[in-house]
Write a protein that binds this ligand. Sequence first.
Ligand code: SOE
Length: 390
Amino acid sequence: MRKLNIGLIGAGFMGKAHSVAFANMPKFFWPAPAMPVFKTICDINPRIAEESKERFGFAEYCTDWKEIVNDPDIDAVSICTPNNCHAEIAIAALKAGKHVLCEKPIAHTSEAAKAMAEAGEEAKKDGVISMCAYQYRRVPALELAKKFIDEGSIGRIQNVRATYLQCWSADPSSPLSWRFKKGIAGAGTLGDIASHVIDISQFLAGDITEVVSTIKTYIEERPVQEDGVDLLGTVKLGADAKKAPVDVDDEDLFLVKFKSGAVGSIEATRNAWGRNNFITVEVHGTEGSLYFNYERLNELQVCFSKDADDRRGFKTIYTGPAHFHGEVTWNIPGMNIGYGELKTIEIYEFVKAIVEEKQPSTSFAVGYQVDKVCAAVARSSTTSQWEVVK
Ligand code: SOE
């Protein structure tokens, strides 16, 4: 079986998610398209780099990503660093002929996102794969929603209402990690999580062409955590901790127009107490509606206008073996998959794309399209006008 030497850069939360998924991929998808070999893991923190080598089973570790990009034995690179490093690493890796899976958002500026998309197109000519980690569109229930839409079961889409609500940043005592710094993250909630629901909405209803938005920053300064690793709000610092300003958005609200003529609304925040990974999408068509909530990951609610008046309403389909990649996960609907399996599906799609030399559905070009919508949302929040996605 073909082997694929992996270099993983950034050993935090996402580094763990990618490592677990590479390890599990052949356990679910057998025979695997290729066997991942855990070659090198990189983190700028030497202690974390060394520990992660042991923990995730890599042969080597390093603290400089260039060692991975320059290693002729490495075939594919996973980029799990903060956003401001994506472009430099991804472009260098693609130029070195390595397949790249990069965490979202694609980049921290529009210029960097454009350069990555161009590098992805260039690399494509040599059969090199670029992929942006918008994994949620691969939730089996959302793949099923797409199937209903494509089959015409809910008619023509009129409205898409999507939210991504979390609460990990609602507490002002949670530290100023890189996610609250524009220079590193590029944006706050917008790039971090609104981008996911933009991708899902475009996956289901086609490209967004215009937006009008309002953006708010609720917590304008946060305590500084010296040498802190980003732990997503699980760390709380005392009132006496030194504080520094937040220069990114906490909440984004926007209306959207799709190329198809459909309209919609998107809301995203990391400051909604009680909401955890509350990704919802409701699609209203001329002949029915679909509803999904990530907190009920294995369910899709469907309602069809053709049902008799006295029994029309949402019914729940539990995803399982009959659905997207369900035949390789667990045998009975209701046994359920979780975040780990979802990342495993993403890694399978990446490895399959490499072996088949076919760009995945979330190529850098798609990551760039999401970035363009985010840029229009940011522009509209200052002009208070509808802004065209360009
Ligand atoms: C934090 O908001 C975060 O880890 C995001 O960065 C991820 O993209 C999302 O899937 C879960 O929440």
